[in-house]
Design a protein around this ligand. Structure first.
Ligand code: ARG
Length: 463
C-alpha cells in the first residue's frame, strides 16, 4: 500500500501536503457542494454502467450504489462533513465512500476522470436551472395574461421617448411583455436542446481504453446522446454561457418592466398600485411606499450580465482541454441562477398582486393630444388630404389647443374649420381614446379584440 498520510489525495506522487494558501486557492468544495446530488447521480450511472459492461463486479457496483445513497442522505440531512483538504465535491464524496464501503470505492473512478465528472455534474446542474427558468417564466407569463385579460380594453397612454404618443390598452402593454418573456422561454428551451449531450466517459481528455458504454450513461442521466469529442466534452462550458446569456436577456426584460413599475407606481403617475406585500416603507418618511422589489429586479441584470461576462473572460483563450481556470465557472452560474429565479418569482408576485388604476390610466390616455394621429388619419381618410398636409393641419390644431390649455376634443368645430374648411363634426368620433384604440385592428395592434386574440393564442401555447 502506498503511504497516503502526507497528502490526503495524491500520496503516491506527493511527499508533502499543500501549503495552506494552496489549499485556499485550490479548493472548490465551499461552493461546488451545491452539485452533490448531481455528482452522486452521475456516479451511480457510471457504476451501473461499469457493472453492465463487466468492468466492475455486480457486488462492487451494489456496494458503491448503497454507499452513494447513504452519502446522499447524509448530505441532504446536513450530516456530511465537507473537507477543504479534499478539494472538491468529487473527492469529498469518493473519500466518504471509501470510509463507508472500503476497497470497492477505489474502483468507481475506473474509466472516468474528474474532468468528465465535473462537466457532467455541472451540466446536470445547469439543466435543472434551465427547467426552473422555464417554469418561472411560464408562471410570470400566466400572471401577465391575467392582467391582460382583465384590462384588454382599459385605455392608457402609449409612449415613445416616454412622451405621450397614442392611446393603447393596458392589455396590449401587458402582452408586449408576454412576447418578450415568451422569447426568453424559447431561448432557454433552445439552449437545453443544444446542451443535452453527455460528457461522461470522455475521461481526462482522450476517452478510455475500458469498454465503457457511453450510450448507457447518457440515457441514464437523461441526455439525448453522448458528446462526440472527448476533448470538447471536458472543456466545453458553452452550456453555462448560453444559460447566462439567455438569463441576461431575460433579466434585461425584467429590468425594463421593473423600471415601468417604478415609474407607474410613483405619485406623479399613479398608473398602478403595488401591493403591500411587494413594497416597503421608509424609516423616516411615513407617507412612503417604495417599490423596492421592482428596483432590485431592475438591478439584477447588472450582476447576471456581469457573471456572463466573467465566465466569458475565464474561457477566452483557454487551450484544450481542461484547465483549472474552469473551476471559476460555478460561482458565476450559481449566482446568476439564484438571482434570475428570485427576480422571476418576485416579478410574478408583483404582477399578480398589482392593481391597475383604471381611471388614472384613462385620464392620462386622453391627455397630451394622444389622438392627434387619429385626427391626421381622419383628414387623410375623409377629405382625402395627403398625409403630410394632414400632419400640418393637425399640428396647427394641437398648437391651438395647447395655447387654450385644452385637449383636442375640447376645440369647437368652428375653431377646427378655421384651420381646415373640410373638417366636419364627424371628426369628434375619432378624437375619443376608446374609438382610437378600437380602430387599431391591424394584426398585433392595440384594439381590445386583437389583445384578446393574443391572450387566447398564448393560453393555447402554454397548455
Ligand atoms: N473542482 C474541479 C473543477 O471544478 C474539478 C475538476 C478537477 N480536475 C482536475 N484535473 N484538477 O473544475
Amino acid at each position: 500500500m502506498t503511504d497516503t498520510t502526507s497528502n490526503k489525495m495524491w500520496g503516491g506522487r506527493f511527499a508533502a501536503g499543500p501549503d495552506a494558501i494552496m489549499e485556499a486557492i485550490n479548493a472548490s468544495i465551499g461552493f461546488d457542494k451545491r452539485m452533490a446530488a448531481q455528482d452522486i447521480k452521475g456516479s451511480r450511472a457510471h457504476a451501473a454502467m461499469l457493472a453492465a459492461t463487466g468492468i466492475l463486479t455486480d457486488s462492487d457496483a451494489e456496494a458503491i450504489r448503497e454507499g452513494l445513497l447513504t452519502i446522499l442522505s447524509e448530505i441532504e440531512e446536513g450530516r456530511f462533513e465537507f473537507s477543504a483538504a479534499l478539494e472538491d465535491i468529487h473527492m469529498n464524496v469518493e473519500a466518504r465512500l471509501k470510509e463507508l464501503i472500503g476497497e470497492p470505492a477505489g474502483r468507481l473512478h475506473t474509466g472516468r476522470s474528474r474532468n468528465d465528472q465535473v462537466a457532467t455534474d455541472f451540466k446536470l446542474w445547469v439543466r435543472d436551472q434551465l427547467d426552473a427558468a422555464d417554469e418561472g417564466l411560464q408562471a410570470l407569463i400566466r400572471a401577465l395574461l391575467s392582467q391582460a385579460e382583465a384590462g384588454a380594453d382599459w385605455v392608457m397612454p402609449g409612449f415613445t421617448h416616454l412622451q405621450t404618443a397614442q392611446p393603447v390598452t393596458w392589455g396590449h402593454h401587458m402582452m408586449a411583455y408576454v412576447e418578450m418573456f415568451g422569447r426568453d422561454l424559447s431561448r432557454f428551451r433552445d439552449a437545453r436542446k443544444r446542451m443535452n449531450e453527455c460528457p461522461l466517459g470522455a475521461a481526462a481528455l482522450a476517452g478510455t481504453s475500458f469498454p465503457i458504454d457511453r450510450e448507457m450513461t447518457a440515457e441514464a442521466l437523461g441526455f439525448d446522446r453522448p458528446a462526440a469529442n472527448s476533448l470538447d466534452a471536458v472543456s466545453d462550458r458553452d452550456f453555462a454561457l448560453e444559460f447566462m446569456s439567455a438569463a441576461s436577456i431575460c433579466a434585461m426584460h425584467l429590468s425594463r418592466f421593473a423600471e415601468e413599475l417604478v415609474i407607474w407606481s410613483s405619485a406623479q403617475f399613479r398608473f398602478v398600485a403595488l401591493s403591500d406585500r411587494f413594497s416597503t416603507g421608509s424609516s423616516i418618511m411615513p407617507q412612503k411606499k417604495n417599490p423596492d422589489a421592482a428596483e432590485l429586479i431592475r438591478a439584477k441584470v447588472g450582476r447576471i450580465f456581469g457573471a456572463n461576462t466573467a465566465l466569458m473572460m475565464v474561457m477566452k483563450g483557454l487551450p484544450l482541454a481542461y484547465s483549472k481556470d474552469m473551476q471559476e465557472d460555478k460561482e458565476q452560474v450559481f449566482d446568476a441562477a439564484d438571482n434570475l429565479m428570485l427576480a422571476l418569482a418576485a416579478m410574478t408576485g408583483m404582477v399578480g398582486d398589482m392593481t391597475a388604476e383604471r381611471e388614472n390610466l384613462a385620464a392620462a390616455a386622453g391627455s397630451g393630444f394622444s389622438t392627434a394621429t387619429d385626427l391626421a388619419d381622419w383628414l387623410v381618410r375623409v377629405p382625402n388630404l395627403p398625409f403630410r398636409d394632414a400632419h400640418h393641419v393637425t399640428g396647427t390644431l394641437v398648437a391651438m389647443a395647447e395655447k387654450q390649455g385644452c385637449d383636442l376634443p375640447d376645440l369647437t368645430l368652428k375653431q377646427m374649420q378655421s384651420v381646415h374648411g373640410e373638417i366636419t363634426k364627424d371628426v369628434f368620433d375619432v378624437l375619443g381614446v376608446d374609438n382610437s384604440v378600437n380602430s387599431r385592428m391591424s394584426y398585433g395592434g392595440t384594439a381590445p379584440a386583437q389583445v384578446r386574440a393574443q391572450v387566447t393564442r398564448w393560453k393555447e401555447i402554454l397548455k
